[in-house]
Design a protein around this ligand. Structure first.
Ligand code: NI
Length: 164
């Protein structure tokens, strides 16, 4: 595994539509493992492929890194099937360093994606997990949370953590 460089806002790659992955090849798995390592190294809870300069529809997420038994999601060619309710909360992004914003997201989603083994799965998420999934999903369509945020604030250096 290797750390990848996280592209920052202003780079046009973050604004493009990513292409479907298709088959989960060993090469794709390697990229996903690198993304997980990079996300953890940067204290993030999610990272989408365009953020490491790869225009493919896939992301990794670990919405609660404090869990003893790690719950890591590899989402390849994800599709949000259902969105329900709404929640308002704060988000950050590893590609928009030093800021956080207030964003409305669905409270609950159902999502279908391939996992690391290429197996198609349907999963449901709610609350913060649903927020993370929607944020990462948006990256695949060139959307940043700052496009949707009602407020964006500068983070104090001391509280700069837990970005996704
Ligand atoms: Ni992000």
């Amino acid at each position: 595994m290797a750390l990848r460089n996280v592209v920052q806002e202003g780079d046009p790659i973050l604004r493009k539509h990513a292409r479907p992955v298709g088959e989960v090849t060993p090469h794709i798995r390697e990229i996903l493992e690198d993304m997980l390592e990079t996300m953890r190294a940067e204290d993030g809870v999610g990272l989408a492929a365009p953020q490491v300069g790869i225009l493919r529809r896939m992301f990794v997420a670990e919405p609660d890194p404090t869990l003893e038994e790690k719950k890591v999601y590899f989402m390849v060619d994800p599709e949000i099937l259902e969105r329900e309710g709404s929640q308002v909360g704060t988000e950050g992004c590893l590609s928009v360093r030093g800021y956080y914003g207030v964003v409305e997201r669905p409270e609950k989603i159902r999502i279908r994606a391939k996992d690391l083994d290429g197996k198609v799965r349907e999963l449901e998420f709610e609350g913060f997990e649903a927020r993370v999934m929607c944020h990462e999903y948006d990256h695949l369509d060139g959307i940043l949370y700052t496009d949707k945020a009602t407020e964006v604030h500068h983070v104090e250096a001391s509280e700069e953590a837990g970005e996704d």
